[in-house]
Design a protein around this ligand. Structure first.
Ligand SMILES: Cc1cc2nc3c(=O)[nH]c(=O)nc-3n(C[C@H](O)[C@H](O)[C@H](O)COP(=O)(O)O)c2cc1C
Length: 330
């Protein structure tokens, strides 16, 4: 299955993994790349350039296939230009295949010159975005591709709240660079639909949690399989950072605080990143926010990354074949 995205990134299948704080580690990253997709290493897990370089090298010990690094720059968590520049310098020095920029554009925090530095090193630059206006800006700025991230997605969907099925074709008709679609993608039906909507690849994150190679407590995997598509909620609008998370005891409390206009000071301790180990390593589902997408409704099993990617592509090809055959028969 060849698209401009497989060509751009040098991968077999048009399936990439999105950044996942705490979970997109070397083992999962390498397994996805080995299976023909693009594995993700999320920079925010590493405190400085040296640590990120060590993690990049760990991936390289496991695979010689391309992978990418996620660098997320959220206005609510601006750690200063130098912090992000260090990440980009690690990516440049190690000549990683691509970088997934999440949040604000590169020039906003790291400095516009990093776009050129990345390009000079041959690193492809792809921005995850929730609106057409931001995609047009990214194309003008020289990004190689964009990700249309609809409101169904886990993590921090833009508060424009546009669904993947509308955002993807709108982005594809508005820019010439290739579009990857994100939010609600978990199987071959999603991949086939994404291609029909004008995307040239899909990005998944929640689905990869339920793989054998994801280093996560099994309680989390089983909970995601058990829960349905209507069991995530949007939160955080009153503190200027919208998120989508699994409805659990913590998120119910956050929503109650937001309802009575309680502020950041009350909410932050409930969703702090320091609670991560309690959730992901100890499997305590109610300990904090679990920022998964509506795609959890489509997750029914735990498989290896290879089984998952092969299955998605075969399913998508079969659907496209059936549609073609039907059209020809009519
Ligand atoms: C547990 C988890 C952590 C995430 N952390 C990040 C992150 O650090 N940076 C980022 O850009 N996106 C992050 N995301 C968003 C994903 O990269 C992706 O855009 C989104 O989850 C796609 O929707 P899906 O999960 O339904 O496939 C995270 C998603 C999950 C599920």
């Amino acid at each position: 299955m060849k698209t401009r995205i497989t060509e751009l990134l040098g991968i077999q299948y048009p399936i990439v993994c999105g950044g996942m704080m705490r979970l997109a580690r070397p083992k999962l990253c390498a397994a996805i790349s080995e299976a023909g997709g693009l594995g993700n290493l999320t920079a925010a897990m590493y405190g400085n350039k040296k640590e990120l370089i060590a993690a990049i090298r760990e991936v390289r010990e496991l695979t010689d296939k391309p992978f990418w690094v996620n660098v997320t720059m959220l206005p609510a968590m601006n750690l200063g230009d130098r912090h992000y520049q260090n990440y980009f310098e690690a990516v440049i020095e190690e000549k990683v295949a691509a970088v997934e920029v999440g949040g604000t554009p590169l020039d906003r925090f790291a400095g516009g010159e990093y776009l050129q530095k990345l390009k000079d090193a041959g690193v492809k630059i792809i921005h995850k975005l929730g609106s057409v206006r931001h995609a047009v800006h990214a194309e003008k700025a020289g990004y190689d591709a964009v990700i249309a991230a609809g409101v169904e997605e886990g993590g921090h969907p833009l508060n424009d709240n546009v669904a993947t099925t509308v955002l993807t074709p709108r982005m594809a008709e508005s820019v010439k660079i290739p579009v990857i679609t994100a939010g609600g993608m978990a199987d071959g039906r999603g991949l086939a639909a994404a291609l029909c909507l004008g995307a040239e690849g899909i990005l998944m994150a929640s689905r990869f949690i339920c793989t054998r190679e994801c280093e996560v407590h099994d309680n989390v995997r089983q909970e995601l399989i058990r829960r349905q598509e209507y069991e995530t909620v949007l939160y955080g609008n009153t503190i200027g950072l919208q998120g989508r998370a699994l409805r659990n005891d913590t998120i119910k409390k956050v929503l109650e605080i937001e309802e009575r206009k309680g502020g950041l000071n009350e909410i932050l301790p409930l969703i702090a990143g320091t609670l991560g180990p309690e959730i992901w390593e100890k499997g305590n589902i109610n300990a904090g926010s679990i920022n998964v997408g509506q795609s959890i409704g489509l997750i029914h099993d735990v498989v290896s990354c290879r089984e998952l990617l092969d299955r998605i592509v075969h399913e998508a090809e079969a659907i496209i074949g059936q549609v073609k055959a039907q059209a020809e028969a009519n």
